[in-house]
Design a protein around this ligand. Structure first.
Ligand code: FAD
Length: 401
């Protein structure tokens, strides 16, 4: 392997920030972004392919990652880092620019798990759970999907919750749950058998009897993320651990709106990483006595990739403004999630094509972005589901079923 496996070191602004959108950040936000970028480029990038190939999570990185102080990004109070949604978006994009798996681990913890408690928990629950999660002393996951229920979670959850006095008894299975095999706190969504509504529960998964988790093996995407198949067998959870403001799937959907927004940024970061590695490769690799980058058709590929990246960046920037103004709706987030993940799929495929045979070898990085993109395209609601949400908003007609 040679230095073609590494992206160009550009110090401040990545070459994939063609319209200089990073300049829209406030000075203190930019300082934190640079700190995180440096960590990702110097600590994560050199070792992540090894972990990806082995299907393992790089626990060795966590102590330093915690010191960056970004736990609870985008959430106010309770020891959280806080900051605008724009700042949160840039940060997620930056993580994914080096590694979509690492961005996903953080997104599941910060967005899905902490976000559920932040949006649907009582004051007491927020006080109890958010500070240690913001310090990343406790890591969270979010259990919504089931083996037989994916896109249809809104109406079809089969995991049940039965109240017995001050205790709830949970039964069922949750599949694909990121961080589940090793985390501390699981947010479990289940259907209350009494009123048929979806409710959320905070489960201390390492100590609650009846909770077990099995790692999902043989994935071809986001291999660094440890996904779990959770089994809940008469798992007893105190009423105090039921998310007090989650009374129906609408309350689950509020969390998903926020995290779908984040996946828009993440898929933009994934494209940036693939593009930057492809550009570096094109500059170094020679054929017919010239660098690949000197050929017209290669330049066409680079321009198309950069067009996609830039379109997604600018779309996400506007979406961030809407979010920060409190105007973000489900259909806004859905349009961006669908559009950016579709563009991402094109971009990573062009990057892989540009690298020829080396594009399928993980050592050259592009292959990792290429494979990881497939998971981003499907999770947090598939392309079709997002477009159906947009379709319903623009026509007033639901075409889900
Ligand atoms: C790496 C990874 C991490 C994940 N992490 C988590 C997690 O942490 N927590 C969690 O709860 N879940 C998680 N998921 C699950 C993810 O959210 C689901 O995979 C996703 O919602 C789609 O569900 P499904 O895979 O069951 O697909 P299905 O719902 O079975 O869909 C299969 C295909 O049918 C299409 N389809 C379905 N219904 C319709 C319709 N009405 N009209 C048209 N087309 C339709 C879909 O678009 C898709 O193309 C993760 C998934 C992956 C791959």
């Amino acid at each position: 392997m040679n230095d073609m496996s590494q992206p160009p070191k550009t110090d401040a602004v990545p070459v994939s920030d063609f319209y200089e959108i990073t300049e829209t950040l406030a000075a203190d936000e930019l300082a934190t972004l640079k700190l995180v970028r440096s960590f990702m480029e110097t600590k994560v990038s050199p070792i992540i392919n090894k972990y990806w190939a082995k299907d393992e999570f790089p626990f060795e990185l966590l102590p330093e990652f915690k010191t960056l102080g970004i736990g609870g990004l985008g959430l106010e109070g309770y020891g959280c880092r806080g900051g605008s949604q724009q700042f949160f978006g840039f940060m997620v994009m930056e993580l994914a620019r080096t590694d979509p798996s690492f961005a996903t681990f953080f997104g599941v913890h910060d967005g899905l798990a902490m976000g559920s408690i932040y949006l649907d928990g009582s004051e007491e629950q927020k006080q109890k759970w958010l500070p240690p999660m913001a310090r990343m002393e406790k890591i969270g996951c979010f259990g919504l999907t089931e083996p037989l229920v994916g896109s249809g979670t809104g109406g079809g959850l089969t995991t049940t919750a039965r109240r017995e006095g001050d205790t709830w008894v949970l039964n069922g299975e949750k599949k694909w749950i990121g961080n589940a095999p090793w985390c501390d706190v699981s947010i479990i969504w289940a259907r209350d058998v009494a009123d048929n509504q979806v409710k959320g529960f905070i489960v201390e998964n390492k100590t609650t009897p009846g909770f077990s988790v099995e790692k999902i093996e043989n994935k071809i995407a986001l291999k660094v993320v440890q996904n779990g198949l959770i089994t809940l067998k008469d798992c007893r959870v105190a009423e105090a651990n039921r998310l007090q403001s989650a009374n129906s799937f609408r309350d689950t959907a509020r969390v998903l709106r926020m995290t779908r927004y984040a996946v828009g940024w993440m898929s933009t970061g994934c494209q940036m990483g693939a593009y930057e590695h492809a550009l570096a490769y094109a500059m170094e690799r020679k054929q017919f006595g010239k660098p690949l980058a000197a050929f017209q058709m290669i330049q066409d590929l680079l321009a198309k990739m950069l067009g996609n990246v830039t379109a997604c960046q600018t779309m996400m920037l506007r979406l961030a403004q809407l979010d920060d103004e409190g105007k973000l709706k489900d259909h806004h987030a859905s349009l961006a999630k669908a559009f950016c993940t579709a563009r991402m799929r094109e971009t990573v495929a062009w990057a892989r094509e540009l690298c020829g045979a080396n594009g399928i070898v993980v050592d050259y990085n592009v292959a990792r972005f290429f494979a990881d993109a497939e998971a981003l395209y499907s999770y947090e609601g598939t392309y079709q589901m997002q477009n159906l949400i947009v379709g319903k908003a623009v026509t007033g007609l639901s075409a889900f079923v």
